[in-house]
Design a protein around this ligand. Structure first.
Ligand code: ATP
Ligand code: MG
Length: 608
């Protein structure tokens, strides 16, 4: 392929609104172009990588008998009303009306449509298991589209859905997909991890995410250094810490400590002084996060809860754990917590002070108030807590005694160095990852609400047990770049490089150079390599090198008049920068050897 004819417009400058490396490099390399916030053109170079990754996905899914189909992007509201998600799916669902005033949305995912397809076409246990997938454009009206292809509003996803007769069969489908994902990301040649992830509050469900490891990743992952346990920090189990013994239980001493104007937890702890104490250790303090939760009520109704989340002073809250503990649809910090509790921020506490809205709520509608206390405080006493009086802290706080009806549950964010509760030997190590795929056992959530049933061998009707499995195709291509680049540009993993060989004609005005370069292009292509031939005239070798570095194809062949005087062309490895001189006749063999070496290294690296 001649570069002079290809739609590639490279940029020297970093585009102003590009905030991560993959976005900067893809824009600079002329791969993508922004059309609107979170909506990009995939130009020919990007599209080649996208297609290549799609083919890897197709090949691996075919091995498990998955069938490809294509569903519409535009979906009728009725289907979403049937599943109940028309109400619960937030603003990411872009809704609109057609000319007849009928409601529609752009599909952010396809559980409803696929469930409808299967219920209309599958009726017997003999047809199951079935796994259907598509590679298709999704739309999610993300609140903050950013990072180029990593968090777009429009993006390409592979989504697969499995249908089984029962739980055990659904588990087999789940693990088959899990293994297919392992193969897919290993073939891609990137470092990745599969991590246990949060499955929300759906009963009978569980899930793993696949993450490409990269410093810029949005997700924090904790991985045990001794066993296989690896999970998204949203989900990571915090090790059980026994309550620290703070001596014989004392009564609650209201507003015992005064720390005027001191807001930071550590400084407050140092300032907690009385006749017997000259400051207290952080683990003898507690803190409260006042939250507002939206929980399911009667039918489609929801109800609001004021929630106090109480943790040890040196621990952080894990919002996902709190959300799951409540089965909440929404959870957010309480906006008017100061007015509600009667004190300024820094002195909020869990124990109601008479005359406040909190005390009133507790008296009149106790069902609208929930106390959640982290397990590390189970059995703890003689703690401090905010007094709900500005500047004051109670002393002698005992959550079990002072917060009747409180639930004790794991609510804290696990952290680096925590003892792994799974093996009891290793400690958590932190990584950052980009979620590129997720496998999810759904259970019967959709098959029950949408009546997707089959007849078993006794003629009895049962709901199918489902799984859903996504891979962000465009996000994965960007994530591969986040992990593989250097100061000069992209360093493509071979399997998804737009081209494998960049052939630079350094002197197109020279007939001999042109002839050798043309021949090299023909021979390499005949040998099965994808070659981009930079035949552009009027550009210095330096400018061509810069573009080649930026585009980052794995191998570069340079044909110039100087080399040809010595009878050689040059072959350079983009990753290692190793350079060899070869006679033109040996070029194809040398490129093939380089490919084999690169692929062998990938096989070792894949997944590490
Ligand atoms: P995230 O937590 O990053 O918002 P998600 O968990 O909501 O993603 P899924 O519903 O699991 O996403 O979708 C399957 C895959 O689609 C994700 O693993 C991810 O690779 C990709 N994906 C999701 N949202 C986006 C987006 N806004 N832009 C690009 N890819 C996305
Ligand atoms: Mg996900």
């Amino acid at each position: 392929m001649k570069q002079s004819k290809m739609l590639i417009h490279t940029l020297r400058e970093v585009p102003r609104d590009a905030d991560v490396i993959s976005q900067q490099l893809m824009m600079r390399a002329g791969m993508i172009q922004k059309l609107a916030a979170g909506i990009y053109d995939y130009l020919p170079l990007a599209f080649r990588s996208i297609r290549k990754f799609e083919e890897i996905v197709r090949e691996e899914l075919a091995k498990d008998g998955c069938q490809e189909l294509l569903m519409p992007t535009v979906q009728p509201a009725e289907l979403w009303q049937e599943s109940g998600r028309w109400t619960f799916y937030g603003k990411e669902l872009l809704r609109f009306k057609d000319r007849k005033d009928a409601g529609f949305c752009l599909g952010p995912t396809h559980e409803e449509v696929i469930t409808d397809i299967v219920r209309r076409n599958v009726s017997s246990y003999k047809q199951l298991p079935m796994n259907l997938f598509q590679i298709q454009t999704k739309f999610r009206d993300e609140i903050r589209p950013r990072f180029g292809l990593m968090r777009g509003r429009e993006f390409i996803m592979k989504d697969a859905y499995s249908f089984d007769v029962d739980d055990a069969a659904a588990d087999r489908s789940y693990w088959a997909m899990f293994n297919a994902y392992q193969r897919i990301f290993a073939r891609l040649g990137v470092k990745f991890r599969h991590v246990e992830a949060d499955s929300g509050a759906i009963g009978g469900s569980f899930t793993h995410e696949f993450h490409v490891l990269a410093g810029s990743g949005e997700d924090a992952i904790l991985s045990c250094d001794a066993c296989d346990y690896c999970s998204n920090v949203e989900k990571t189990e915090a090790p059980r810490i026994p309550a620290v013994d703070h001596g014989p239980a004392m009564a609650l001493r209201p507003a015992h400590f005064q720390t005027p104007g001191i807001l930071a937890m550590e400084e407050q702890a140092r300032a907690f002084k009385d006749a017997e104490h000259d400051g207290l250790p952080l683990h003898q303090t507690s803190k409260v996060y006042w939250m507002t939760a939206e929980v399911p009520g009667q039918g489609a109704d929801t109800r609001r809860l004021a929630v106090a989340v109480v943790l040890r002073g040196d621990h952080e809250m894990n919002q996902v754990k709190v959300k799951n503990a409540l089965g909440a649809l929404e959870l957010a910090p309480m906006e008017d917590a100061e007015d509600f509790t009667g004190a300024l921020s820094g002195f909020l506490g869990p124990v109601p002070r008479p005359g406040t809205r909190l005390a009133e709520l507790q008296r009149t509608h106790p069902e609208g108030l929930a106390y959640l206390v982290d397990l590390a405080l189970e059995g703890a006493n003689n703690l401090t807590c905010g007094a709900n009086v500005t500047d004051g802290h109670h002393f002698g706080f005992d959550p079990k005694r002072d917060l009747p009806g409180a639930r004790f549950i794991d609510l804290r964010l696990a952290q680096e160095g925590d003892l792994c509760p799974r093996c009891g030997k290793g400690h958590y190590q932190p990584f950052r990852g980009i979620e590129v795929g997720q496998v999810f056992k759904l259970g019967t959530k959709y098959s029950k609400s949408m009546n997707c049933v089959y007849l078993d061998e006794h003629g009895k009707e049962n709901p199918m047990v489902m799984g859903c499995y996504g891979i962000g195709i465009t996000r994965t291509v960007a994530a591969a770049i986040e992990q593989n680049y250097d100061a000069d540009g992209i360093v493509w993993p071979w399997p998804i490089a737009p081209f494998q060989v960049h052939l630079l004609d350094l002197d197109p005005a020279n007939a001999m150079v042109r002839e050798v370069a043309d021949r090299a292009e023909r021979e390499l292509e005949a040998a099965g390599f994808e070659v981009l031939h930079d035949d552009r005239e009027g550009l210095s070798p330096g400018a061509k090198f810069k573009d080649a570095d930026l585009l980052g194809f794995p191998l570069r062949v340079m044909v110039g008049s100087k080399g040809l005087k010595d009878g050689v062309v040059e072959l350079k490895d983009r990753r290692t920068k190793a350079l060899v001189k070869v006679v033109p006749e040996a070029l194809v063999a040398e490129v093939a050897a380089a490919r084999d070496r690169i692929m062998a290294e990938l096989a070792v690296q894949g997944g590490r």
